[in-house]
Design a protein around this ligand. Structure first.
Ligand code: NAG
Ligand code: NAG
Ligand code: NAG
Ligand code: NAG
Length: 443
């Protein structure tokens, strides 16, 4: 075991967040410029009219970078690291404008596509096999384009390192990174993060799934790949926790040796220190195996009902003051799981949060939960409910409120993506972003 670990450490050792690899060179960091060259040799493909390197245009509240006290590196993303990034034109996107916008494809990104996300039990056996083999490649192939940020001490920027990670682990890291408590003037604020407890919640997770879906399409060349969802309404037990699907758990709660994810380990486990970012990244010996204990927590013995989903969908207001976990009669807060769906005002754990807690283990440790592929299937269903709400209430970016949550303003860039996507932009039907949902059990 010792030898194996040593080999891993050497192999994965420190190379230099979803940071584009090309933007983590010392030149890029010193010049504060993340405008990688596209194939035509120009930054952001500017000579081919794909995009342009420009100063960030998001309104600055904190003049990040000039403040001398310790503050949060993700605030006013991505100003702490870069003041120039790519702005992509027309149908182009990606950190160097080398990709197409979500929903477009082809060399000139002038063709539209729509993939269909299905319930995992609707997949043919061939589609299922593909899904599990794609996940296996994603877990074992280092990302060519992105690296992650690692440090044991968030207070000291000179300890920050950029480290290789697999395509799947980049996704798990993005969630982990966005959830770390805010660091303001040297103090941690546990009540806030960039992905939860505020209006960004549904859209933040939407772009997360879109990003991962696209990474899988690029990795496998399968442009039609779509993430499946798990419709957990009224499930008495986790019926997809079989070794053919998401895996059984053994007595200790680890995934069964004969399941698809038996050998998966959680990147950034050791999550529970505010001052670190994934300090064990790359060290296989320190990573925990995936674990899950569906229905074992005596306080969470069931999954949400279809009545709860119906009740969630009736709330007309996307979100309400004070735009956090206390918001009442707020679709976002009910969906996130902080209020009873039927009345919108009684605090209880329901919906999204209840499902995380029901699974226990990795899924219930919010910072590392994205390591369990159950997270993908769960959030894909949460996104389907969000989509139903958008269709029913004609949701548009105008419904996204101004609010006091740092990083969750309508015009702020969603943490931690390149190029900038504004938080409000995800408040429209997924058909604009290249995917739709199958109908399953009447929804
Ligand atoms: C961007 O950062 C560089 C390096 O810190 C600095 O010289 C330059 O003035 C900055 N540009 C703007 C527009 O803030
Ligand atoms: C963008 O895509 C649309 C839809 O396919 C297409 O009509 C349009 O020409 C594209 N724009 C450019 C500049 O290629
Ligand atoms: C629930 O799941 C457990 C473990 O997979 C299984 O043993 C049990 O039979 C299931 N119960 C029902 C009611 O399906
Ligand atoms: C939820 O709403 C759907 C569609 O309106 C309906 O068919 C279904 O019966 C409702 N479920 C419950 C439990 O009320």
């Amino acid at each position: 075991m010792f030898t194996l670990c040593t080999v891993f450490v050497l192999f994965l050792g420190v190379v230099h967040c979803q940071f584009p690899r090309a933007c983590t060179t010392s030149e890029a960091l010193q010049s504060r410029t993340c405008c990688p060259h596209w194939e035509d040799g120009s930054p952001c493909g500017s000579e081919s009219g794909r995009g342009q390197c420009r100063n960030k245009v998001v309104p600055v509240k904190f003049s990040a970078g000039q403040v001398r006290q310790v503050y949060d590196d993700r605030l006013e993303w991505p100003l702490f690291y870069y003041n120039s990034t790519c702005k992509c034109f027309e149908n182009f996107s990606g950190h160097n404008c080398g990709q197409c916008k979500y929903g477009y494809y082809g060399e000139n990104c002038d063709r539209k596509k729509t993939v269909i996300r299905k319930e995992i039990r609707q997949l043919s056996s061939e589609e299922r096999e593909k899904f599990f083999s794609y996940l296996a490649s994603a877990k074992t192939t280092n990302s060519a384009d992105f690296v992650i940020l690692s440090t044991g001490d968030r207070h000291h920027r000179d300890t920050y390192r950029f480290v290789d990670a697999s395509v799947y682990d980049i996704f798990a890291w993005i969630h982990y990174y966005s959830i770390k408590p805010l660091l303001i003037n040297g103090l941690f604020d546990e009540s806030r993060n960039y992905a939860h407890r505020g209006p960004a919640f549904p859209g933040w997770h939407r772009i997360g799934l879109m990003f991962f879906e696209r990474q899988i399409q690029l990795l496998t060349g399968d442009e039609d790949f779509a993430i499946p969802y798990y419709d957990w309404r009224d499930e008495k037990n986790c019926s997809i926790c079989t070794n053919e699907l998401l895996g059984e758990s053994n007595e200790q709660g680890f995934l069964d040796d004969n399941s698809h994810f038996a050998s998966w380990k959680s990147i950034c486990s050791g999550y529970n220190y505010d001052e670190t970012y994934c300090q064990t990244a790359g060290d296989q010996c320190q990573m925990e195996r995936l674990h899950r204990k569906p229905g074992v927590d005596p306080f969470v013995t069931s999954l949400p009902s279809s009545q709860a989903v119906n009740d969630t969908l009736k709330w007309k207001n996307f979100d309400t003051f004070p735009y956090d976990h206390r918001s009442t009669r707020s679709f976002r807060n009910v969906l996130e799981g902080f209020m009873r769906p039927s009345d919108g005002v009684t605090r209880e754990s329901n919906m999204h949060g209840q499902v995380h807690n029901y699974f226990g283990g990795t899924m219930s440790q919010v910072e590392i939960s994205a390591n369990d592929p159950m997270f993908l299937l769960h959030h894909c269903f949460v996104d389907k409910i969000f989509e139903q709400w958008l269709l029913r209430h004609n949701g548009t970016p105008d419904n996204y409120p101004e609010n006091g949550q740092l990083g969750q303003g309508p015009n702020e860039c969603t943490t931690p993506y390149f190029p900038c996507y504004r938080n409000k932009d995800f408040l429209r039907s997924s058909s604009h972003m290249g995917y739709e949902y199958s109908v399953y059990k009447g929804m």
